[in-house]
Design a protein around this ligand. Sequence first.
Ligand SMILES: N[C@@H](CCC(=O)N[C@@H](CS)C(=O)NCC(=O)O)C(=O)O
Length: 602
Amino acid sequence: MILERLSSKVDEEVVGRAACDLSAPSWEEISRLLPEAERSLQLERDSGRGPADVAANVRLFDLPEGSTPRVTLWRDQSAWCPYCQKVILQLEEKRVPYVVRRAPMKCYAGGELQKPPEFLELSPAGLLPAATIDGELLSDSNSILNAVEREFTEHVSLLPSTEAGRRAFEAASALERSFSSAWLSWLTTPAWLPGDAQRAREFTASLDQIERHLAAMSEGGYDGALEAGPYLLGASFSLADVQLAPFMERAAASMPYYRALRIRTGGRWPALEGWFDAMERRPAYAAIRGDFYTHCLDLPPQLSPFGLSRGEDARRLSAAIDGTDGAAWRLPLPTGEGLLELVPPRADADARRAAAAALWRNADAVARFACRGPAPLAASKLPPATAAAMAVTAALSVSAATRDSPYAAFSWAATTLVIYDLLGTRAPLADPRAPPVRSLVPLVDKALRLTAAALLDDDGDGEGGGSEGGGGSEGGECGCGEGFGGAAQRQLASLDEGAAAPLREALLYLRARIGVPRDMDYAAARQLRAHLTACVEALPPSPPDDPPRAPGPAALRSLLKVRGGTAAAEGRRVRTTTAICGFERLATLPPPRVVGRHRLLV
Ligand SMILES: N[C@@H](CCC(=O)N[C@@H](CS)C(=O)NCC(=O)O)C(=O)O
């Protein structure tokens, strides 16, 4: 707290004045513009009924009010764990009632965010998912899947019932295993190590095999012994699809981003495309699937302590995923044939209302979260012991570099990275330890209210415009989901740079951390990302680049780039967080979209 105040870049008086001057509809007014279904979503969620929802704490389905489900599922907090996703998909598809408990994964915070003692007592290995059925512990996803099939025979079975079905199931399970291992091997091995072409071939061959299997099933597999259909067992959706879905979903997201290989919408695997379509039409799966961006950023901390490298040829595709192409996260949102990632079939207006409703439901928490963006020193977000250890090894590295001992310099730099990876935050999407700049909360809150009003502005009159109409937005004249206009834009454009700069950082920080399905579905997330871009662009343009404040030795800078994740560069001014010592600094890195802000991204 003291450190935060002493080093804060935010002028409290300036942001306080700006927050008073900015006028925006209240959350109460915004809620009146929301459809009833959005307003009552939380109540429905808490009741354990309604559609699948990763934010639910209990799922009762048809169980009478007041009954206790037999299953308790421990899963990760942000819905990034593929093994948890399988179990959730099975329980939702079978409508087996369950209670949800959450625990952080190690990679959310370098092991320092502790799992609840209650969970560790139950499952000392600490792996997720874990479940109890009638109090009996199961601590591996496949054991849970099998036990649920065994124990809940009165629910629909996801196992094959015929000999041909069992053969197809075994074949599909073997395909899933070889595909998952080929995917992980290609994704996590740096491209510069020998054998990259071989790993690529093995991966595409595993997809070809799945394609052949699905194509056979679409014509009635095993000489017509199975009913023709798009799933791994033909017409029957089964546990084989449940097991494949989380990994295939992550492969489809990560391969274009890191290896320039388009799995979806690429035309090369049509039967697989049909499988994805069929899966995404299932309400349970549609509600719990992630989007490309979330996976591309949630995978590195789970898979590799040193992140995942991206080749030059992947940069074009990755820019369309992380918005750095300047179009994917900007209004009007791209539509049509060329889209890399398909948008869920949902009217844009509905998606905008869902995004506005998510802001309204979590208004306080979202504003506080966004205010972590301009927090003063990244080092203050690290536990002091970690920061100190990193500072010492980084200093040793610099000193070795200046003494012309490249080997020692490299070793100390590598040690710094290892300390960071073992003890520092490796899940910047969650960024659990970063302190918010509290004085900025009222200003960010107002900007979020203007964003919500713009999201609800259906008719272009700047009055908002949920399906129920009415309301008193003080927003602009422009609307129809086309961003900020009129009064809202004029207000934002006239903000003092001392207020606009931290506000810009807070909104961009938030934009980079909208997670699917954790926060909302992909259709809503792309609307919110693009409306936040519009809000940022309504602010006065940022002043010309500062000269680099603390240019480090070239060797450290290049290490940074190797290590760096990705983040949207805003103009030519790019904030980097050094992976070396955790201190933030401003630097101009050519070309504009090269960024290493590893610490702040998931
Ligand atoms: N074979 C296990 C693997 C489970 C697993 O590796 N879970 C990871 C998360 S994806 C985990 O719990 N890691 C420990 C942690 O991150 O705290 C299963 O199928 O359940």
